[in-house]
Structures are given as structure tokens and as C-alpha cells.
Design a protein around this ligand. Sequence first.
Ligand code: MRU
Length: 347
Amino acid sequence: MLPTIAWDGETVVMIDQRRLPQEETYLRCRDQHEVAAAIRDMAIRGAPAIGVAAAMGIVLGMQRQASDAAGDRAATFEAIARELAATRPTAVNLSWAIARMRRCLETHLALRTASLVPELLREALAIEREDIDACRRLGDLGALLLPERARVLTHCNAGALATAGYGTALGIVRSAARLGRLEAVFADETRPFLQGARLTLWELMRDGIPTTLITDNMAAHFMARGEINAIVVGADRIAANGDVANKIGTYGLAVLAKEHCIPFLVAAPLSTFDPATPTGVDIPIEERSPHEVTHIAGQRVAPEGAVARHPAFDVTPARLVSAIVCERGVARAPLADSLAQLARIVG
Ligand code: MRU
């Protein structure tokens, strides 16, 4: 399986997603500052993957902590957590992973555990392992929701590269391929960062899954011609009412899906659910540099001085979502009740 991120004993190693597909190079982070920079600069991206990176970044930071006093260790943890949490605001998996690491720290400080860092590492590795398990489970569940000869459109990259492994939306695609239910995959290029063209194609082609690259503005055309019969996307945060924040462009696809009576499925582990955020309006949307819009692969495509905007995510209202698939089951309309029920099973 694709090595998105790994702990190698002393450092955090991640495939540098900015360089794919041209180069398969690995980035080695030695401290929490390097992990924070890797998340901010998109060397690692995708909601679950940045959660795992943050957990491992905390371990790196805590390893460097000189004093053994409980108060000092708690203060160090909070400083590291602040730096990592500030990197990208929309994906809730980041703050979810940090909160889980904080609970681990507090438990072991209370127990006066002598070797705190190994306990934190155990927790970070558990987050990584559980994410792979969750993706495999939701992949298998979601595959059964697809039409029997599925012709799936996916957006951005919600694959192995965006998770600890296997993927969410691409987990469903992988499981459907294994079950013989997949006829075709369309990946839209996902301007401006081109996660679809660069990463989804790279990933699925490695797995031998037949995938066709289209530009974002071709989606309606293929839906109208009946060449797409399901849309499957990932999520960065799911509000309590079922509104879904995901890569910019997702909302438009959901509107098109409704017009063409195509199921619109969202695949996400429970770590992406945010019951504390009531609706999509309350989800912070990351605004990235306009440079990523005015330039493609470092080449200017707009005139010098052009004004541009780059909201990195949009919110799809719950009413446009056919189902949300997680590792514990499938939520359907009314999504607020269905999600609350899944959370209770967990809880
Ligand atoms: O800006 P990115 O590349 O981090 O955005 C990623 C997405 O929007 C994914 O669809 C989402 O994180 C789900 S990944 C399983």
C-alpha cells in the first residue's frame, strides 16, 4: 500500500505530494516545526493524513522537551498543539487528533507514567492504524451503495495519499473494483492545486484502475450524457446537521448531481464528524494564496497584478447529500438524526 506517512524511529517521513507525479521523493521531518511547514505547504494534505501528521509532530516536539516537571510538559504540549492547529483551519481531523493526543498526555501525567513519549507515540501510531482500518471498512460499505456497473466521478484526492492509507472516496472506488462493481472512474483535475490530475490519477493508475481525467468544467457534460452514474467525494469536516465541507468545487458537483438524478455520496471516517459545529456556515474556510490561482506549476497564467481569490473549500448543504458513509455505517436523510445515531453507537 502507498506509504503516505511513517514514523521511522526518530523522524516522520512523508511522500512529498507537491512533487507528484513527476518525482516520488520523501520528506523527513525532524521536529514539529518541520511537520507544521509540511502541512501548511501541502507536502502532506487530505484531512485524515494531516491529523496523523499532527499526532506524530506532537511526539517529535515532546521528545525535545528538556524538563520533566508535569506543568512544563503540559505547557510544551500546548505550544506544539497551537502551532500545528494553526496550519490549516478547515479539516477537523487536525484538531481531533490533537485533542486525542492531549487526552493521552493528561492520562499519563495523572498516572505519573515515567516514559511519557513512548505512550504518545503509541497513541499516534494507533491513530494511523485506526485510520487505515476505518478507510477499509467504509470503502467496503460504500461500494455496495454504488450502482452495479458504477461509473464514478470523484473530486480532488480522497485517496491513500489523503489518509493513512487506502482512502475514503478512493477507498470506495478500490473496494468497488475488487467486488467487480466498477466500470469507470472520472477524476476531475481540481483546479487550482490539481490534486485530481496529479494525485488521483497517479494513485489509481498504480492500482490499474481505469480512470479518465477531465477538467472541472467537463463534469456537467458527462453527467448529461449519462456517462457518470455516481459521485463520490471525501470531506474535511461534517457539521452536526450534515453539511459537508470539502475541496472547492464539491458544492457545484452536488448541484449537478441533483439536476441529473445521480447519487452524491460522501465518504469520511468518524474523525471528520464535528458535532460541535452546528451547520456548514460555522465551518472556517481556509483562504489560500491567490498565487495558486494566478499561476499553474509556478508559471503565471494571469496578467501581472490580476486580482484573484482562493477559498480552498466549499460547503455542500446536507439536502444535496444522498448518503454519508463512515466506518460504522451509512447516514441518510434526515442526516442530523442519522449522524447523531452513528455518533451514539460510537459513544
Ligand atoms: O486541500 P487538500 O488537498 O488538503 O483538500 C483535500 C480534500 O478536500 C479531501 O477531499 C478531503 O480532505 C478528504 S481526504 C480523505
